[in-house]
Design a protein around this ligand. Structure first.
Ligand SMILES: C[S@@+](CC[C@H](N)C(=O)[O-])C[C@H]1O[C@@H](n2cnc3c(N)ncnc32)[C@H](O)[C@@H]1O
Length: 207
């Protein structure tokens, strides 16, 4: 009961506050600049990506299992020219036909999903041949000393941040059958602790 209240009411506000920053917005703009065609965003959250999609994007299918995110997303949806189609589902089971999208987007989401390989299988299934998966995620550091703290602190972080793992190797997760990484870069957020600020930004292509 308390856990559900935290997840639905408190966490969306904490998450929105911590990810609504200029440094993060710049990175969102950068990864979304090349998104084209029919687009799915997994873990839509409070709609922080919406203002950064290219003007050619008219519709985004927004997959988000936590209904508590919707209230905060509303204002951004109202302020946007983009039509948002809500899919209240987990990324492990996306309720659309094979090959429905040209682009799938995931930002700060693969850290939190229950079964990352299954989500990536679904991403691959729902992309058209040649379609692209755009990812901007935090995860496992390259430095072993930071990794050690990420492993230690993940159990407590999962409680505070609604299932978020600090120590996932995002590149390995994205390297799924059917998806080929065509671009990938590691970055550090300047204004975040190293355990949280180790980023993976990249694009994978189907086929
Ligand atoms: C840290 S928030 C990031 C939200 C948003 N992507 C952003 O960049 O601001 C993680 C999001 O992933 C969602 N999420 C958690 N488990 C999920 C799953 N199995 N499938 C899809 N989304 C999930 C959460 O509800 C939350 O909205």
């Amino acid at each position: 009961m308390l856990r559900r209240f935290y997840s639905r009411v408190i966490f969306p506000r904490l998450m929105d506050f911590s990810l609504n920053r200029p440094e993060v917005a710049e990175l969102r703009k950068r990864i979304l600049a090349e998104v084209t065609g029919d687009t799915l965003e997994i873990g839509f959250g409070t709609g922080l990506n919406l203002p950064h999609y290219p003007v050619e994007i008219h519709t985004v299918s927004a997959l988000e299992p936590n209904e508590g995110m919707n209230g905060l997303a509303l204002r951004r949806i109202r302020d946007s020219q983009i039509e948002v189609k809500h899919l209240h589902h987990d990324g492990e089971e996306i309720p659309v036909a094979d090959g429905s999208f040209d682009s799938v987007v995931s930002t700060w989401t693969l850290c939190s999903v229950g079964d990352p390989p299954e989500v990536l299988r679904e991403v691959s299934r729902t992309l058209r041949p040649g379609g692209r998966f755009f990812f901007l995620e935090h995860g496992l550091a390259q430095n072993p000393r930071i990794q050690k703290w990420q492993h230690r602190l993940t159990p407590i972080n999962k409680i505070i941040a609604d299932g978020c793992h600090l120590n996932r190797d995002i590149k390995s997760i994205v390297e799924t059958e059917g998806l080929r990484i065509v671009r990938h870069e590691r970055l550090n957020l300047k204004d975040a602790p190293r355990i949280l600020g180790e980023l993976y930004i990249g694009v994978a292509q189907k086929g």
